[in-house]
Write a protein that binds this ligand. Structure first.
Ligand SMILES: [Zn+2]
Length: 138
């Protein structure tokens, strides 16, 4: 499963970062995910939770922020893909197809080049470092 291998990588990065900072618990993991990554955030979260079981990330909130792609046109236009235009085109079911259809430049009407939307990065990790916190919760 595509999501599982991504979740593995994220989990390893989260653990490595958290432990390097002396964390006793990971509270939040915030991820930025491009809409074109073809990754299901619910499945990713599910895989992450399964991997994190028994680790310091076990109770972490897994937050996924979706990042829309942006357009870059030869006429000089640069900007986010128009979300409203995408919704109006929504008879196209696949997200990717919707974005391909929305690649028309809003200024000159020509085919614009799409950038971004494929990123998958850990934006932030919030950790707990107080040593005595773990002791009184169990
Ligand atoms: Zn243009």
């Amino acid at each position: 499963m595509h999501e599982f291998s991504i979740a593995c990588e994220i989990f390893e990065q989260v653990q490595a970062t958290a432990l390097a900072h002396g964390a006793t618990e990971v509270k939040h993991v915030t991820l930025q995910m491009g809409r074109l990554t073809h990754t299901n955030p619910e499945q990713l979260s599910f895989c992450f939770k399964a991997l994190a079981e028994g680790s310091i990330s076990e109770n972490a909130d897994f937050i996924v922020e979706m990042v829309p792609p942006s357009l870059e046109c030869a006429c000089g236009y640069m900007g986010p893909v128009d979300e409203k235009q995408i919704r109006e085109n929504s008879e196209l079911k696949s997200e990717l197809l919707v974005y391909v259809a929305a690649m028309e430049c809003p200024v000159c009407g020509k085919q614009a080049h799409m950038t971004g939307g494929r990123e998958l990065i850990i934006k932030s990790i919030e950790i707990e470092t107080e040593k005595d916190l773990a002791a009184d919760s169990k």
